[in-house]
Design a protein around this ligand. Structure first.
Ligand code: FES
Ligand SMILES: [Fe+2]
Length: 423
């Protein structure tokens, strides 16, 4: 990828083309449970290069405001969350959910001039989402399947990843790596083990992709050998601009991610598991809380994984030799994150030499680039229609002569009302 394109894609701060583009979609900010109580402690969170403060006000509504007081720039993290807003601890200015200044004790007459930036919020799938774009362009709330399921059916976690969002998200789009870095983990992980999918993925490391452009983004059809008379197809979606869905493994919970820039060098990797038609079992929930599957264990009191770049992700060379962990790192997410962070905080895209399996990544980059530059020219971006997000990943054995796109048209259109296709 050339320098101009790379620079456009990786910079997402205020006023950048990519930043403007991303601000046209609802952005996951933090888990609802992090600000569980009305008038409970406010939480600092950085998104798209902006330092913000999330809180739940007296009425129970979630809000996202600028972290800093308009008076002399004190962090409102140290303020008081009470009686419908946050009061700055320094001289008592008070701000409500909409960022409006509602009290200047020393000079009430200037109140209307002291407001701060605020973004409207909604809650879906246990996540507080904010809309950070122009007020008159706010899209409908996301309809990605897990957003609208009952809380009992969904488990959500967020993890700090110490690299640019693009190289992290590209791991979510590229399913060809599963045959390598996750090769041994799939057999021991409670949320993947015991499925035919594992056998096919391990037996055929040479996945061939068909990729289809769709109203929501891309559908990837990854072909591996199945039984002697069939192919095993893994159907994955990338939902513009930052959602990825994971093809299912047997009867285990379905999964997906969202990749949200914090700044140029960090991103939030959201990991979601869900059952469309039933609750997650107590055992599944316990495994997820323990950091199994696509979730991780954290450094206490943080969203930084316990296995991180300062300890070489707890690499175990014996486990690597013994074929228990392909790279020596344990856990799907840390296997991916360790490799993605090893590229450097921003991958040197000019130096890369892409392969045929990178076709989907190339298409995704082009779509993001085109949309970001298009928006500068006043062209409305794609995938603003939330109803197009009602899709589901699948894994299926099809006769060798079958066309997977025809199969998908029949079985995956409005996927969330169909059966789960999984082997
Ligand atoms: S700095 Fe916040 S009230 Fe003075
Ligand atoms: Fe992965």
């Amino acid at each position: 990828m050339n320098k101009e394109m790379s620079e456009t894609l990786v910079r997402t701060g205020p006023g950048t083309p990519m930043g403007n583009l991303m601000r046209r979609y609802w952005v996951p900010v933090l888990q609802s449970s992090e600000i569980a109580e009305p008038d409970g402690p406010q939480v600092r969170v950085q998104i798209l290069g902006e330092k913000l403060l999330a809180f739940r006000d007296t009425s129970g509504c979630a809000g996202l405001i600028n972290e800093f007081c308009s008076h002399r720039g004190v962090s409102l993290y140290f303020g008081r969350n009470e009686e419908g807003g946050i009061r700055c601890a320094y001289h008592g200015l008070k701000f409500d959910l909409s960022g409006q200044c509602v009290d200047v004790p020393s000079a009430p007459q200037v109140c209307s001039r002291m407001s701060i930036k605020a973004y409207p919020c909604i809650e879906r799938g246990g996540i507080v989402w904010a809309y950070m774009g122009p007020a008159d362009k706010k899209p409908a709330p996301p309809e990605v399947e897990w957003c609208n399921l009952p809380p009992s059916h969904v488990y959500v976690s967020r993890r700090l990843q110490e690299c640019n969002y693009l190289q992290a998200m590209e791991g979510g789009i590229d399913t060809s790596h599963v045959s390598y870095v996750h090769r041994y983990e799939v057999d021991i992980d409670p949320m993947h083990q015991g499925t035919k999918a594992n056998d096919y993925i391990k037996a055929d490391g040479n996945v061939i992709f068909d990729i289809e452009k769709t109203p929501f983004g891309l559908t990837l059809f990854g072909r591996r050998n199945g039984e002697p008379d069939s192919y095993y197809w893994r159907v994955t979606q990338w939902l513009f601009p930052w959602f990825t869905l994971i093809p299912p493994f047997g009867d285990h919970a379905l999964g997906g991610h969202v990749w949200v820039p914090i700044d140029e060098y960090h991103c939030w990797a959201w990991s979601i598991n869900f059952h469309p038609n039933k609750s997650l079992s107590a055992e599944e929930r316990r495994d997820m809380e323990r950091g199994k599957g696509i979730h991780v264990e954290y450094e206490p009191g943080t969203f930084r994984p316990k296995a991180n770049k300062d300890n070489d992700y707890l690499i175990d060379r014996v486990a690597q030799k013994d074929k228990r962990a392909y790279s020596g790192v344990f856990g799907f997410s840390m296997q991916d994150a360790s490799l993605q962070e090893s590229m450097g905080p921003i991958q040197d895209h000019e130096a890369e030499r892409l392969l045929p399996t990178d076709k989907a990544i190339v298409m995704a980059r082009r779509m993001l680039h085109e949309a970001a530059l298009g928006l500068e020219q006043g062209i409305e971006p794609l995938a603003l229609d939330a109803s197009a997000q009602r899709v589901r990943a699948a894994g299926v054995l099809l006769e060798r002569s079958a066309n997977p796109t025809d199969w998908a048209k029949e079985h995956l259109a409005d996927g969330i009302n169909q059966s789960v296709y999984s082997v």
